[in-house]
Design a protein around this ligand. Structure first.
Ligand code: HEM
Length: 469
């Protein structure tokens, strides 16, 4: 595809949002280990953003980073059976997320995906809309009494409201803990496991002490107890009233799922891992996307004015069903551009099961393939003004020219994010509702720094100044 086919008309005003400095040359082994520990985003050198394929043979063995849309399609779709999630990813995620949907493989993954898919069809996600709107109202009512000019950590606020959305949609019976405590524990947990220890990169055995790695025992205990309470309460209800209609929420589906071949249900460990997977994958990601969207809007006031005008017009009579959301095109474009510049899931990685050929390179069994939305979505050959905030590129018309495999905030292929439709709807509803009533400016003097800690989030939060509209 030629550049002209994928480019929007230039935006009138330019703004280059915060990003780590790119080393001119690929970082050496020590720099890489250090970078993985402090901020994996800082390990990407200039050439990654310029070449379609970068091969390395370093501390992680042979790694091929691909930013070539056809090659990505090959690995994620056409020859997907030859790839599985790689060992490092599993080492980082498994302590908490166990064999939940995000980390399971093969038949186990297939059975879980089949069992949970009914909760995420477009029709079911549409039924979550009123609850998402209620959460948006809950958030704006929370801010209404705050004085003009009040400083708020928008990042924490977004974590809290997206957790509220999960509580009122896929966990309607609640999470059995104070949602603020849950949001804090999850944020702290991701912060800690997302600091990838050199020993984990090197694949050293578990018994080798990870000096410097912050302990997550407390958070894991908190999650385990909350999950156990949730499951116990639901089982008791099912036992007490066996004939009562079974709620088709996440917990209901997890508890009643049966493998069509064996008739077996999910194990207790799988159920627990999935509860945590959906809480983790389902709120920190969307929260990060919304936080970045508010930051980006604050830096392009003329675009923000345009989005505000759209919101005032479309929401003059409130949300009136899915058509209202379809009309919020500038809000959606802003959210999509935020997910381009700051993809919450910045690295997707796979391990080759057998030999393959990718973009003309021979891949041997066991080698790692990395597709980084962070790199791909800022790649010089695929995007015009790749590092600038240009939401116009996602406006109707321009959006259709974007190749499916150059924009992967939700991944692709059979393991594409199950919550994609959910997150997009939620993102548009929350963003539009916030912008209808409030305007945020970055706190003066605050230096924004994106850091990858499972999700890409602002280091130290995102302090912003609240203004009433
Ligand atoms: C902006 C928000 C979100 C982003 C950027 C995002 C991103 C992603 C990505 C990139 C993957 C694929 C990972 C891979 O291929 O290795 C994924 C998978 C997944 N996501 Fe999301 N996600 C978001 C929201 C959600 C929500 C709202 C939920 C649930 C309510 C969710 C649940 C999951 C699950 C369970 C998987 C594993 C799917 C599978 O392997 O079958 N995500 N997500």
């Amino acid at each position: 595809m030629s550049l002209t086919e994928v480019t929007p008309s230039p935006a009138p005003v330019s703004f280059r949002p915060a990003a780590p400095r790119r080393p001119d040359k690929p970082v050496g082994p020590i720099g890489f280990l250090l970078g993985m520990w402090t901020n994996p985003l800082s390990t990407w050198s200039r050439q990654s953003f310029e070449l379609p394929v970068v091969r390395a043979d370093g501390v992680m063995g042979k790694v091929t980073v691909i930013s070539d849309p056809a090659a990505i399609r090959h690995v994620f779709v056409d020859n997907v059976a030859n790839y599985r999630k790689d060992a490092l990813q599993l080492r980082v995620l498994s302590p908490g997320l166990g064999n939940g949907l995000l980390t399971a493989e093969g038949d186990e993954w297939r059975a879980q995906r089949r069992a949970l898919a009914p909760l995420f069809t477009p029709r079911v996600v549409e039924t979550f809309e009123p609850a998402m709107i209620e959460c948006a109202e809950w958030l704006t009512a929370r801010w209404a009494p705050l004085r003009e000019g009040r400083r708020l950590d928008v990042s924490a606020e977004m974590s809290r409201v997206t957790l509220e959305v999960l509580q009122r949609t896929i966990f309607p019976a609640g999470l059995k803990r104070d949602p603020s405590d849950f949001a804090t524990a999850m944020s702290r947990y991701f912060d800690r496991i997302g600091q990838v220890h050199p020993f984990d990169v090197l694949g050293l055995p578990k018994w080798a002490p990870r000096v410097g790695k912050r302990d997550t025992t407390r958070e894991l205990r908190f999650f385990a107890e909350a999950t156990a309470d949730l499951v116990a309460e639901r089982r008791a209800t099912l036992d007490d009233r066996p004939d009562a209609p079974r709620p088709r929420d996440l917990l209901g589906l997890l508890l009643t799922a049966r493998d069509p071949q064996t008739g077996e249900g999910l194990t207790e460990a799988e159920i627990n891992a999935n509860i945590l997977t959906f809480i983790g994958a389902g709120h920190e990601t969307t929260a990060a996307g919304l936080t970045w969207a508010l930051y980006l809007l604050s830096q392009r006031p003329e675009w923000r004015a345009r989005v505000e005008a759209e919101v005032d017009d479309v929401l003059a009579e409130g949300f009136r069903g899915p058509e209202t959301i379809d009309r919020l095109v500038a809000v959606r474009a802003t959210f999509e551009e935020a997910l381009r510049l700051y993809p919450p899931a910045a690295t997707l990685s796979r391990e080759a099961i057998g030999p393959d050929e990718v973009a003309g390179h021979a891949i041997r069994a066991g080698e790692t393939i990395v597709v980084s939305p962070w790199v791909l979505q800022r790649h010089r050959t695929l995007w015009e003004r790749p590092d600038d905030f240009v939401p116009e590129r996602f406006m109707p018309g321009a959006r259709d020219t974007i190749d499916r495999f150059t924009y992967l905030p939700f991944g692709a292929g059979p393991r594409v994010c199950i919550g994609m439709g959910f997150a997009m709807r939620e993102g548009v509803i929350l963003l539009a509702s916030m912008l209808r009533r409030f305007r945020f400016d970055l706190a003066p003097g605050h230096e924004v720094e994106p850091v990858q800690r499972i999700t890409v989030r602002p280091r130290g939060g995102m302090p912003m100044i609240l203004r009433h509209r």
